[in-house]
Each structure stands twice: as structure tokens, then as C-alpha cells.
Design a protein around this ligand. Structure first.
Ligand SMILES: [Zn+2]
Length: 76
């Protein structure tokens, strides 16, 4: 179990954004970068190159403001 204090100061090394702690999976997820940083022996591995890349849909933020051009506008 990671300490709340540690969780509070941890940010994504790539975008400096907030991380989501997934206790079940023992990982820290950055929704913005769609990277999952593994936690081993209560020590987060914050190396970008060792982070697991998540599929776009897996952690898509509910905002949905940046969906890359998939509009169904037919202009017949
Ligand atoms: Zn990030």
C-alpha cells in the first residue's frame, strides 16, 4: 500500500499531471499520457520508457474534448 503522502507528490514524469492510483492493478495511471507506471514492493516505477502503454479506450477521460476527428457528418 502506497502512502497517501507519496501519492500526493507523485506526478506523471511525462506531463507532470496527476496520477490515478489503481490499487488492484498496483499501478499508477496517467490518463493524459495513457501510461501505466507499475508499482513493485510499494515503490512506483516512474520511468516513462518502462511504463505500460494503455489502449486509447481503456483510460479515456470522460471529457472527450480531444477525440481525433471521428465525426459522422454526412454532407451529401
Ligand atoms: Zn502524463
Amino acid at each position: 500500500m502506497l502512502s497517501p503522502e507519496l501519492l500526493q507528490i507523485l506526478v506523471c514524469p511525462a506531463c507532470k499531471g496527476e496520477l490515478r492510483y489503481e490499487a488492484d492493478a498496483q499501478r499508477l495511471v496517467c490518463p493524459a499520457c495513457r501510461l501505466a507506471y507499475g508499482i513493485k514492493d510499494d515503490i512506483p516505477n516512474m520511468l516513462i520508457e518502462e511504463a505500460e502503454k494503455l489502449s486509447p479506450s481503456a483510460t479515456a477521460p470522460p471529457a472527450g474534448s480531444e477525440a481525433p476527428g471521428d465525426q459522422a457528418e454526412d454532407d451529401a
